[in-house]
Design a protein around this ligand. Structure first.
Ligand code: TYM
Length: 336
């Protein structure tokens, strides 16, 4: 008789963040905070995308140091190596191997339409390398190796996840069902955090004007100053509106941090002005980041513990990745 006592497999989640620079409030609200929330319900694989990072030139010593720092920050925001597999992409060679194969199932035209490629190649006109162009194939490999059901990301990554779906469907149709076709997942608020200085542009760690970007390591004073100087729109009411990108962004940030709905926030600040609201948003962000920063400082002192975490995670990720890669290679016709 069959043994029916086995629990059904939990749905699987995969997401990654690039290991360049320090994370921003956009990374946190758009992705990391949701990643933490999903750990109990799903089987989660999270990683630092350090292979992706070299599509833009990195100084080796800085790059190495930064990868350690942002790994510590992933743990400081609440990703728990006991609950999820928290690994570093370059330690699992299957990512690069599957990426090569997927390159051959992706069209030049599809990659040319990626808005992130267009943006980045405009910003780094002196280094439009092949990796920057084929980057979405590596991202598809990241997702498909783990047969992820859901990919929680910010809005800017939606197009890349859609391409991963197209590649998965194409491969499944050409051979036989091989990959799970992943779905993109957004949080309730914060999927699109904009610059505090230009709320029509996404908040980014590579912005020339860092006064529009909150880094997770900014001091409370820096955070308050940046919010107080945030660009707002004409008018004075704390109310969302189509022509109000500045206030929409602040309401979204406040909602993402406090969990309050837009209606609750509008009611809370009825009769109050932009100045009061900016102070309240700044204070909420400072309070949210305080425990994160304390944990980060603590973790940074424990280098051996951090190293142990990523060395333990890599083989766990690789065990899953290797199985998928072998299946793919057999279907394509390799002798391996
Ligand atoms: P990256 O490193 O640029 O960003 C990491 C995560 O943060 C989200 N994010 C934002 N969300 C809201 N508002 C913002 N201003 C903002 N800025 C960043 C991103 O959407 C992302 O979820 N290619 C990916 C990394 C990657 C990946 C993957 C993601 C590599 N492989 C596989 C998912 C699955 C990237 O560059 O994200």
């Amino acid at each position: 008789m069959e043994n029916n006592t086995e629990a059904p497999r939990k749905k699987r989640v995969l997401s990654m963040s690039q290991s360049t620079g320090m994370f921003t409030l956009g990374n946190y609200l758009g992705a990391l905070k949701n990643h933490v929330a999903l750990q109990d319900e799903y089987e989660c694989f999270y990683a630092l995308a350090d292979l992706h990072a070299i599509t833009v030139r990195q100084d080796p010593a800085e790059f190495r140091k930064n990868t350690r720092n942002v790994y510590a920050m992933l743990m400081a925001v609440g990703l728990d190596p006991e609950k999820c597999v928290l690994f570093i992409q370059s330690m699992v060679p299957e990512h690069a191997q599957l990426a090569w194969i997927l390159n051959c199932y992706t069209q030049f035209g599809e990659l040319s339409r990626m808005t992130q490629f267009k943006d980045k190649s405009a910003r780094h006109a002196d280094n439009i390398n092949a990796g920057l162009f084929t980057y979405p194939c590596l991202m598809a490999a990241d997702i498909l190796l783990y047969n992820a059901d859901y990919v929680p990301v910010g809005h800017d990554q939606k197009q890349h996840v859609e391409l991963a779906r197209d590649i998965a469907e194409r491969f499944n149709n050409l051979y036989s069902p091989t990959f799970t076709v992943p779905e993109v997942m957004f949080g309730k608020a914060g999927a699109r955090v904009m610059s505090l200085q230009d709320p029509t542009k996404k908040m980014s760690k590579s912005d020339e004007n860092m006064s529009g970007t909150i880094l997770l390591t900014d001091t409370p004073e820096e955070i308050m100053k940046k919010f107080k100087r945030a660009k707002t729109d004409s008018g004075s009411e704390i109310r969302r509106g189509e022509d109000k990108p500045g206030i929409n962004n602040l309401i979204d940030i406040y909602s993402g941090v406090t969990g309050k709905s837009y209606e609750e926030i509008e009611r809370e600040f009825e009769g109050k002005g932009y100045g009061d609201f900016k102070t309240a948003v700044g204070e909420a962000v400072v309070a949210e980041l305080r425990p994160v920063q304390e944990k980060y400082a603590q973790l940074q002192k424990d280098k051996a513990y951090l190293e142990n975490c990523w060395h333990e995670a890599a083989p766990k990720a690789e065990a899953v990745a290797r199985r998928t890669l072998q299946k793919v290679m057999r279907k394509v016709g390799y002798l391996a």
